[in-house]
Write a protein that binds this ligand. Structure first.
Ligand code: S3P
Length: 428
């Protein structure tokens, strides 16, 4: 008998929004209080890098969701760094901050852990170089560690081939320091936290359509403004899938961010016939939030995910694969080659782990099809490559496999959700 999930949980603050809140607060002048911060180690990397550039940030440790107080002076407060900027495991830290410093008149050296050193950086750095920053690769071209000497930037128009909100945000941050206009166009919709927070804080931008955002140099000082961060839908997703596949489960997740650029997980679970409800939509600092109720109904059916929509749920694909393995049909994912460039090659590891646990899965270059209809045997090794989302998927899978999985490690969830295992246990 598997233990059902029952009860109500507030997962911690959203990681994407926390990075932006911390960085964008630095563009304003005065003191801002950011409540409901993500406790993710990735966000602590952003705090450490900003402090190293001279920003005064105090993090008041709360329970799971701390508060930050940022005292900022706009661009003038972004100074010569006190050492190497270590982004740790965080792609969002290294990419957003690369755009952020591109117009400052100092030299910034960035590095990260072994996983981050393998991830593609040219998508931001060749473009900020085109705008006028000087970039040097310190070990391997295209990869961290690298150095940026900020320069006098000139606005450019960029049409991205990947729907990456990180790259879009990095270039807009550079554009806020550039002469003329900087235009960034995405190929497909992605999370629009940047636009919403610019709007909330009063940072000027224009949006020609859903995919195109443009900015100019900010000349006026923008007064600081307090922010509240919604709960992270990418963290909530693990509980949603757990409740959808474990008999007898019924849970409610509180105040979850439901930015339309993040809700693929809700759409896919609904397409699969899960009993999932979004209750009481509200707004927090310009972001939509709601409670999400999921009840087990034993009726998960087939669904597919296409390239056009993948950016709206790229981080949730590993846990959605588990839902596919427990459906009465199959889950098919395409256009997801970006998953090979995340904290690990997530497509390969999803396939290896699922196959090892007894699922039927066909792996393709850009996705997979996983067939359900039988129970997962388990008893196998679950590789994580220190990737938090794979470790958390393994912890959920372990609740329902017939034999215990041998997880490679369970430390990596600290990257996005330090208290994940305890919160999961609290619902059992
Ligand atoms: C993020 C965007 C996504 C996502 C990452 C956070 C962001 O990356 O995978 O976890 O905060 O903008 P890409 O934009 O590179 O796809």
């Amino acid at each position: 008998m598997h233990k059902a999930l029952q009860g109500t949980l507030a997962v911690p603050g959203d990681k994407s929004i926390t990075h932006r809140a911390l960085i964008f607060a630095c563009l304003t002048t005065g003191t801002s209080k950011i409540e409901g911060l993500s406790p993710a180690h990735d966000c602590l990397s952003t705090v450490a890098c900003l402090r190293s550039m001279g920003v005064d940030i105090v993090v008041l440790e709360g329970e799971e969701t701390p508060t930050a107080i940022v005292n900022s002076q706009g661009w003038q407060g972004i100074g010569n760094p006190s050492g190497i900027l270590d982004a740790g495991n965080s792609g969002t830290t290294i990419r957003l901050l690369s755009g952020f410093v591109a117009g400052r008149p100092y030299e910034y050296e960035f590095d990260g852990d072994a996983s981050l050193r393998k991830r593609p950086m040219k998508r931001v750095l060749t473009r900020v170089a085109e705008m006028g920053a000087e970039v040097s690769w310190l070990k391997t071209e295209g990869l961290a560690p690298f150095r940026i000497r900020g320069g006098k930037l000139e606005g450019k128009t960029f049409e991205l081939d990947v729907a990456s909100a990180q790259v879009e945000t990095a270039l807009l941050l550079a554009g806020l320091q550039a002469s003329g206009k900087t235009v960034v166009k995405l190929p497909f919709p992605a999370r629009d936290h940047t636009r919403r927070m610019f709007h909330y804080l009063g940072i000027p931008f224009e949006s020609a359509d859903e995919l195109t955002t443009s900015v100019r140099e900010i000349s006026d000082s923008i007064p600081a403004k307090d922010m509240v961060v919604p709960a992270d839908i990418s963290s909530a997703a693990f509980f949603m899938v757990a409740a959808a596949i474990i008999p007898g489960s019924s849970i409610t997740l509180k105040n979850v961010g439901i930015n339309p650029g993040r809700t693929l997980v809700l759409d896919v679970l609904s397409r699969m016939n899960a009993d999932i409800k979004v209750i009481g939509v509200n707004s927090l600092s310009g972001e939509p939030v709601a409670d999400i109720r999921v009840r087990y109904n034993g009726q998960l059916s087939s669904a597919s995910v296409t390239a056009e929509e993948i950016a709206r749920g790229i981080d949730e694909i590993p846990i959605l694969a588990l839902a596919g393995a427990f459906s009465q049909g199959e889950l098919s994912v395409s256009g997801a080659e970006e998953l090979r460039h995340k904290e690990s090659d997530r497509l390969q590891l999803i396939a290896d782990n699922m196959r090892g646990a007894g699922a039927e899965i066909d792996l393709r270059e850009d996705g997979f099809t996983i067939r359900g209809g039988k129970h997962l045997k388990g008893g196998s090794r679950w590789a994580t490559a220190d990737d938090h989302r794979l470790a958390m998927t393994g912890l959920v899978a372990n609740l329902i496999c017939q034999e215990e999985l041998e997880l490679e490690e369970t430390e990596s969830p600290r990257i996005s959700y330090p208290n994940f295992a305890a919160d999961l246990n609290s619902l059992l």
